[in-house]
Write a protein that binds this ligand. Structure first.
Ligand code: HXC
Length: 257
């Protein structure tokens, strides 16, 4: 497909999606959302692809929702069109998406990074929810996902003051899985995505689904949900293959069934 605001490239079994509105520090407007939803739906359907990386530029992953697009909107426009609801579809992508963040991930940029399954940060990454400075608030899940990720104290301080976290603080707080030198970010993220894409596809879907369940249900229900999915994987050909391969000291060859 032809896109104007994103670049999509397949690197082996990993799909690299790059936000590409450099003139606006990758501010997320309606077109970015539409193109991203289209690209992620195609990625989910493509059996040759196992994991995606979402990244921006060296200066900005994304500096937020597009302020110029929102500036003239009123309550009726926002509520009437359920503005931002489209992003829920992004979070329903079934295969994993890694956010590879360099530079600014602010407002909607931070929120989209947190919609991904985990965040790899360059040492240049800066995270923040500065919406309060515009007299608004996070609107794409930031107050909720940030509180889940870093706890109330840091989430509250960041939302109320707009203070940014650098990569080191974000790693200490558990917002990012690890920090890599900025020059290595894309290679490391793609390598990680290819590792995931090399696992049995149904097991990858199940692992993603069960970790996400931890944020939606009680511990006992989550543990039961996990166990049922785990049982279900014993109905797959790849489980037989994976365990046989281990016993025979060779690499598994997955059928995706
Ligand atoms: C639209 C944006 C933008 C944004 C930057 N730009 N962020 N356009 N929406 N969120 C544009 C600038 O207007 C400018 O365009 C160009 O990108 C370069 O930005 P500069 O400000 O000149 O760059 P710099 O001085 O390096 O400062 C970088 C920055 C700053 C610190 C990231 O741009 C900034 O504070 N941006 C806004 C961050 C923010 O408030 N994000 C939250 C958005 S609200 P021109 O044409 O002037 O050169 C949000 C809401 C979510 O996400 C839900 C609630 C509604």
């Amino acid at each position: 497909a032809e896109y104007e605001t994103i670049l999509v490239e397949q690197r082996g079994a990993a799909t690299l999606v790059t936000l590409n509105r450099p003139q606006a520090l990758n501010a997320l407007n309606g077109q970015v959302l539409d193109e991203l939803l289209h690209a992620m739906a195609a990625f989910d359907k493509d059996a040759s692809q196992g994991c995606a990386v979402l990244t921006g530029s060296a200066k900005a992953f994304a500096a937020g929702a597009d302020i110029k697009e929102m500036q003239a909107q009123g309550f009726a426009d926002m509520y009437g069109h359920d503005f931002f609801a489209g992003w829920d579809r992004f979070t329903r992508t079934r295969k994993p998406i890694i956010a590879a963040v360099a530079g600014y991930a602010l407002g909607g940029g931070c929120e989209v990074a947190m919609m991904c399954d985990f965040i790899l940060a360059a040492d240049t990454a800066k995270f923040g929810q500065p919406e309060v400075k515009l007299a608004v608030s996070p609107g794409m899940g930031g107050s909720q996902r940030l509180a889940h990720a870093v706890g109330k104290a840091k989430a509250m301080e960041m939302c109320l003051t707009g203070r940014m976290m650098d990569a080191a603080e974000a790693e200490r707080a558990g917002l990012v899985s690890r920090i890599v030198p900025a020059d290595d970010l894309i290679d490391e993220a793609v390598k990680t995505a290819q590792t995931i894409a090399g696992m049995a596809p149904l097991a990858v879907l199940a692992n993603k689904e069960m970790v996400n369940a931890a944020f939606e249900m009680s511990l006992s229900h989550g543990v039961q949900f996990e166990r049922r999915l785990f049982h279900g994987l014993f109905g797959t050909e790849d489980q037989s293959e994976g365990m046989a391969a281990f016993v025979e000291k060779r690499a598994g060859v997955w059928s995706g069934r």
